[in-house]
Design a protein around this ligand. Structure first.
Ligand code: FES
Ligand code: FES
Length: 161
């Protein structure tokens, strides 16, 4: 099987490798680059667990080929916290609002929210909650995750429980 050379910047580090054309970005990130925070649930673009940022946009990495990501900048959940361990605001909000239980879905939710809130973006509560509709969680009942999103939008009231 012929291989193709790809070069990505992942969490600030360059990563070069030769991959088969059919290799998904999710498999590449997990198996080749070692970023196992990219979780795989459905592998059909339905659950959102594999969500990463590609050039700042949320992408389901099970639906993208590694060769399509050649030359792009990828961020996974491992790349969100500061080097000193300070959590990203999305991670902090998820932690403080109890937005996770088993944690399997969590990297996908966190990356979905981070793609909307990073930089100077000021998404509305509606936009944040709407974005979450593409991610599936089997544990939490979503209320903690919704509270985290509202906190990020600046509209948390403390009433939802
Ligand atoms: S594993 Fe990619 S969307 Fe479910
Ligand atoms: S916390 Fe377990 S699937 Fe969401």
């Amino acid at each position: 099987m012929s291989k193709h050379s790809v070069e990505l910047t992942i969490n600030g580090r360059r990563h070069c490798s030769d991959v088969e054309a059919r290799t998904s970005l999710s498999d590449f990130l997990r198996d080749d680059a070692g970023y196992t925070g990219v979780h795989l649930g459905c592998e059909h673009g339905v659950c959102g667990a594999c969500t990463v940022m590609v050039d700042g946009k949320a992408v389901r990495s099970c639906l993208m080929l590694a060769v399509q990501a050649d030359g792009k900048t990828v961020k996974t959940a491992e790349g969100l916290a500061q080097p000193d361990g300070t959590l990203h605001p999305v991670q902090q909000a998820m932690m403080e609002e109890a937005g996770l239980q088993c944690g399997f879905c969590t990297p996908g939710f966190v990356m979905t929210l981070a793609a909307l809130t990073d930089g100077d973006q000021r998404p509305s509560e509606e936009e944040l909650l709407g974005a979450l509709s593409g991610n599936v969680c089997r544990c939490t009942g979503y209320q903690g995750i919704r509270r985290a999103a509202k906190r990020l939008a600046g509209t948390a009231t403390g009433e939802e429980s």
